[in-house]
Design a protein around this ligand. Sequence first.
Ligand code: 6PG
Length: 258
Amino acid sequence: MVAPSFEPPVRVFPDTGALMRAAAEQVVELAALAIASRRRFTWVLSGGSTPRQLYALLATRSYASRIDWARVCFFWGDERHVPPDHPDSNYDMAREALLTPIGALASNVHRMRGELPPVAAAALYEAELRSFFAQSEAARAPAFDLVLLGMGDDGHTASLFPGTPALLENERWVIASDGGEARGERVSLTPVIMNAARQISFLVAGASKAARLSQVLRSNAEAKGSLGEAPPELLPVQYIRPVNGDLIWLLDAAAAGL
Ligand code: 6PG
């Protein structure tokens, strides 16, 4: 089967500050919509320095007061194999920048257990997601309201790395992933569950991302072939294609420079 080319919308902001404000507005809007229609907002957080700036902005009074945080359920797209208070922990970063300042309810915080061996942590997280969404083994992947993602300089996203088998996973929602010597062992959501989301937003800032981004966006526009038949040279970010939801790239001018 040949899928149509995939050209998600791209919005470019003059600087990182404007990018963060636009991303924060998107979170405010999506949270209000989800809470009005489903009584809760399910949000998958990302690690990395770019989302950290968004979390810090959302924790300021002018944004924090516009979200009904008691109805926001937090999940993670990936985690490193470290304890939850480790400086490399994605949970710890979000806790410090957002969860503590806004007073998130512990019962709404669904972290990956980075302290466990990644295979066990992945199985546990998948069980937690199935229980949260009340879906049995056989049920198809549930739709998160928002999956927020970053892109690494090598085209990785969450902890899905180039050329790794996790990219071709078509059943499991959570896997143990090997980032090699540089990135170590990780736990990551798979494209199976991320692609079921209502909204996927890539947040990318900085000139170091420009070359990879231009490669990704150009070849997205030329892409041929369905997800299942994806050629191995596709980058991890290119495996992120929502089934029914929307995807947007939010960029600053430096990242979009090429
Ligand atoms: C992680 C991530 C990862 C990140 C990108 C972009 O924990 O490392 O979740 O996928 O989002 O590497 O990170 P920066 O925003 O720091 O460039």
